[in-house]
Design a protein around this ligand. Structure first.
Ligand code: PBG
Length: 325
């Protein structure tokens, strides 16, 4: 044969492959989600997320320092609210001395360089486990947005660098931006969960925070996974309303959406490799059916290749260690 082009030339050795690799993961690509609980010295494994833990503030701070030393630049905080503090209006979410606010302060104190992102939604604080205020059977939009805006200001006050509304209410990005401006928090960023789908892959997360919806589902606010154009509509609106980063969630079943979002906006795009995606890899690896490290790197690379500038993933630490060698 006389071939003009032999594609295998550029695949023939690890060195050549490394030279022409198009997508390179870096620890700075990752956002490490952290689950925080009350107490000291507490580290509880989440049953549906083997190898992932809820930790008290003191141990969380140690973990954050370790993540920083591995080159990870941001953490995304979630707290497990005590049952007796939950109500319908998310009152505890606004407590200046609440677990979230104390966690932000402790982390910024111990590791000032780390970009602290905070979850903004009512579900961990809600007796109903919904992301907004419930009236009858309805999750009401506008009163919820008011609380989310106050919650964001409260996180900014505690020192959060970026607030991350994950609730999917309408108009919350502009409301949060206005509230931050009005309160003088002109350096606080907003990472909008813009295209967040109603997904079964959030199951293990709801175990982690004991935040499963008490009735119904989240389909009146989270997106229908059948839809693609609607994601672009959501994203463009959030950009107009002042989002600094837009997110697609989950990640691996939505790579087409990530790509399309990436091609539609000029701001960074993040993707959330969610709890169920973590659990699937873990479960298969435990059965000996998948090589865990390889599955992690292939999954995260595919998410970055699809267009994600940032990836929130429970594998952040492990992947950073693998990358660093
Ligand atoms: C809730 C929230 C959820 C996740 C992040 N914020 C769950 C939900 O919408 O029910 C899911 C994260 C994951 O599954 O890893 N506001």
């Amino acid at each position: 044969m006389h071939l003009i082009r032999r594609n295998r030339i550029l695949r023939q050795s690890p060195a050549i492959r490394a030279m022409v690799a198009e997508t390179i993961l870096r620890p700075a690509d990752f956002i490490a989600p952290l689950f925080i609980t009350e107490g000291t010295g507490i580290k509880e494994e989440i049953s549906s997320m083997q190898g992932y833990y809820r930790m008290s503030i003191d141990l969380t701070v140690q973990e954050v320092k370790e993540l920083w030393s591995l080159g990870i630049k941001s953490v995304l905080l979630f707290i497990k609210c005590k049952d007796e503090l939950k109500d319908n209006k998310g009152t505890e979410a606004l407590n200046p001395n609440g677990l979230m606010q104390r966690s932000i302060r402790a982390i910024k104190n111990a590791c000032p360089g780390m970009v602290v992102m905070t979850d903004v939604a009512l579900d961990p604080f809600s007796t109903y486990g919904h992301d907004g205020i419930v009236e009858g059977e309805e999750i009401v939009n506008d009163p919820t947005v008011e609380v989310l805006a106050k919650m964001s200001v409260s996180h900014a006050e505690a020192g959060a660098d970026i607030v991350a509304p994950s609730d999917m209410m309408d108009g919350r990005i502009i409301a949060i931006r206005e509230a931050l401006e009005t309160s003088g928090y002109t350096k606080t960023g907003i990472m909008a969960y813009s295209a967040k789908y109603a997904s079964c892959f959030y199951g293990p997360f709801r175990d982690a925070l004991d935040s499963a919806p008490g009735f119904g589902d989240k389909k009146t606010y989270q997106m229908d996974y059948a839809n693609r154009r609607e994601a672009i509509k959501e994203v463009l609106m959030d950009v107009e309303e002042g989002a600094d980063i837009v997110m697609v969630k989950p990640a691996m079943a939505y790579l087409d959406i990530i790509r399309e979002v990436k091609d539609s906006v000029e701001i960074p795009v993040s993707a959330y490799h969610v709890s169920g995606e973590y659990a699937m890899i873990k479960a298969a690896a435990n059965m000996g059916w998948l090589d865990e490290n390889k599955a992690i790197m292939e999954s995260l690379t595919s998410i970055k290749r699809s267009g994600a500038d940032l990836i929130a993933t429970y594998f952040a630490k492990k992947a950073a260690m693998l990358i660093n060698g």
